[in-house]
Design a protein around this ligand. Structure first.
Ligand code: GLA
Length: 369
């Protein structure tokens, strides 16, 4: 039986905080190329409750995993969900802020492994909770700095070599607007969704495979491409045609990044719903053909979504190699479109399901994974 917060804390916790996951609409694999992106926040969130522990140990508990992690003040957490939390603590300490041993209760209704960035939500929720408990002012830890620390926790402690998009989105995005992010300067602004549209996110039912190794391989290819083109990062390519001089597969990787940045910049200026949908489709084809991070199931799911009435565009979202697709739909038509797409997609025994908006009859909503 899982512990509730009252049992874990022996009463009420001192503070509560939460943070959302993200769905990226355009600008995939651009963040580590210093480029641009347009994510939105998910309605699902990760909640963190926090108290001083009152002893000399850190104690973390996740009811989702029914797992406890305990370690001494100067010790370290074993690799797992505790790494993300410990990373946040150690990096706040590295800022010169004193952090006492803590009891941390973390609960999520985000699906894990579907590419909605449950890890960024955990880091951002944890840092928000620490900011509240320790009364850290915005001068010492504003929302952008918080995102940077969250990203470092993921890279240095969870050992996932990610870009900055997920943490920026979790820290600064909302559900009804897109967040335009410049990954180099971390300038950001909210941009409204195209008029009279709504989003739906559908999980392919395929867990991400090879994601980490292929992700690192793509990053290395992009760095090599940038070097050969004599630019600091692919974001700096001034003439899109210049990538055609690169040898394969650097040419295709660079082509994706350069074109994807142009798509984001166009969309962020405000385009019609139809044009936004076209840009999403083009993004998917580029991720499939040039960046080679799609899989047949994601292609089939996007096809099925595009064939449904009311769908303006669909693409894989997140790093690829499994996970979810996002579709832009005419207002009021998303649920029906996803239902008809899933009827076709699930015919071969596949396990596709709607993730966002959260279906009211979702069975795992009260018992999250
Ligand atoms: C993962 C990473 C992000 C970003 C995307 C691809 O979600 O965590 O930083 O690189 O993949 O766009």
């Amino acid at each position: 039986m899982t512990l509730n917060p009252d049992t874990f804390f022996g009463g009420a916790p001192e503070v509560n905080a939460s943070a959302p996951g993200r769905v990226n609409l355009l600008g995939e694999h651009t963040d580590y190329n210093d480029g641009f992106m347009l994510p939105v926040a998910t309605p699902q969130r990760t909640m963190v409750a926090l108290s001083r522990s009152g002893d000399d140990h850190f104690h973390f508990y996740s009811p989702n995993l029914d797992a406890t992690v305990t370690f001494a003040r100067d010790g370290s957490a074993p690799q797992g969900f505790g790494s993300y939390i410990e990373g946040c603590i150690r990096l706040v300490q590295a800022e010169g802020i004193e952090v006492p041993p803590l009891r941390v209760y973390v609960e999520t209704d985000l699906p894990v492994g579907s590419g909605l960035s449950s890890s960024a939500a955990l880091e951002v929720a944890m840092l928000r909770a620490m900011r509240a408990l320790l009364e850290i002012g915005p001068d010492a830890l504003d929302d952008v700095k918080l995102a940077r620390i969250a990203q470092r926790a993921e890279i240095e402690y969870a050992r996932v070599n990610c870009g900055i998009m997920d943490q920026m989105a979790s820290s600064l995005a909302d559900e009804s607007n897109m967040l335009f992010i410049d990954a180099r300067t971390l300038e950001h602004r909210l941009v409204p969704l195209p008029p009279d549209t709504e989003l739906i996110v559908v999980d392919s039912g395929v867990a991400r495979k090879l994601a980490a190794s292929k992700y690192n391989e793509r990053r290395a290819e992009c760095e090599e491409g940038a070097k050969k083109l004599g630019v600091q990062a692919l974001r700096d390519v001034a003439d899109p045609a210049s990538v055609e001089s690169l040898p394969p597969p650097l040419r295709e990787r660079a082509r994706h990044v350069v074109q994807e940045n142009l798509r984001v910049l166009e969309a962020a200026q405000g385009v019609s719903a139809e044009r936004f949908g076209e840009l999403m489709n083009a993004s998917h084809f580029s991720l499939r053909d040039d960046y080679e991070v799609s899989i047949p199931e994601l292609d089939a799911l996007c096809e099925a979504l595009r064939a449904a009435p009311g769908v303006l565009g669909a693409r894989l979202t997140g790093a690829g190699f499994g996970g979810a697709c996002v579709a832009l739909c005419r207002k009021g038509q998303a649920q029906q479109a996803a239902a008809s797409a899933l009827a076709a997609y699930n015919q071969d025994g596949r396990q596709g399901r709607i993730l966002v908006p959260v279906p009211t009859d979702r069975k795992d909503h009260d018992e999250p994974v």
